[in-house]
Design a protein around this ligand. Structure first.
Ligand code: ADP
Ligand code: MG
Length: 252
């Protein structure tokens, strides 16, 4: 079992501009089962990115601990793949080379890593774009490359910080549907951060509502899969759950 455990996680920043402490994360404990799809939702500034960056190993906690399986997180590692809002692709590398980069860093030979890259490009609907450069792609396609690149390392956990926030609404819906399909096919553990309640309820099995650095509630989302927007917008269960989570976020 490679589940994710957060125990009494805490983060205090020092705001050098104001000369004061910022208690961004206060006593967050969470157990995420392997293969689960968890969204963390909450208003801007509630500590979502701080939690994700600590789990990714980019930021040291001020207190508490993070475990992947039995192992304590002490820095970044290939067991955790990260997808950010900004695409962060290498502009001088082709799409194929971008996706093959992680396997290359792990010492996998050219033929094999290109095969891996092609597999994930096919999974994300980008097989036709393998030889193009990032600046030749739309925002939605660049974000698909980001997802393919993270998955190509075969991580236990995929960490996503508002990855679809900068694409247009129609593309965002397509990307959300694609992500749920990929999750169903491969079943990585996903921790997905968003301030968008509809997105969280659409994607997740479990929505964690965060408020001022604390977990306010943990809502089970038992909507059937596959999830398709055209069906869900009509669904009373979706409307009810979205309303429930929205109410929690607004009370936060
Ligand atoms: N490097 C930093 N130094 C000081 N304060 C920070 C820093 N990063 C984030 N914060 C503060 O910590 C709080 C949580 O930020 P963040 O985790 O980015 O929230 P979210 O992702 O939910 O919008 C905010 O009050 C933010 O201003
Ligand atoms: Mg953030």
């Amino acid at each position: 079992m490679r589940n994710l455990t957060l125990r009494h996680l805490e983060k205090i920043y020092f705001d050098t501009y104001r000369g004061s402490k910022v208690h961004a994360v206060r006593d967050v404990s969470l157990e995420v089962e392997q293969g689960d799809f968890v969204c963390i939702v909450g208003p801007s500034g509630c500590g979502k990115s701080t939690i994700l960056n600590m789990v990714a190993g980019f930021l040291p906690p001020s207190g508490g601990e993070i475990l992947v399986g039995e192992r304590a997180v002490s820095g970044p590692g290939p067991d955790r793949g990260v997808v950010f809002q900004s695409f962060a692709l290498f502009p001088w590398k082709t799409v194929l080379e971008n996706v093959a980069f992680g396997p290359k860093m792990r010492g996998i030979g050219k033929a094999e890593r290109e095969e891996i890259a092609r597999e994930y490009l096919a999974l994300t609907g980008l097989a036709h774009a393998a030889d193009r450069y990032p600046n030749e792609l739309s925002g939605g396609m660049q974000q698909r490359v980001g997802v393919a690149r993270a998955l190509a390392n075969n991580p236990d956990i995929l960490l996503m910080d508002e990855p679809f926030a900068s694409v247009d609404a129609q593309t965002r819906m397509t990307l959300q549907e694609e992500l749920t399909r990929i999750w169903q096919e491969r079943r990585p553990t996903i921790i997905f951060i968003t301030h968008d309640v509809g997105e969280a309820v659409f994607l997740a099995n479990r929505v964690i509502v965060l408020s001022k650095g604390r977990i306010l509630d943990d809502v089970e989302i038992n909507l059937p899969r596959p999830r398709i927007w055209d069906d869900l917008v009509e669904s009373d269960a979706f409307k009810m759950l979205s309303g429930q989570v929205l109410h929690l976020v607004r009370s936060a």
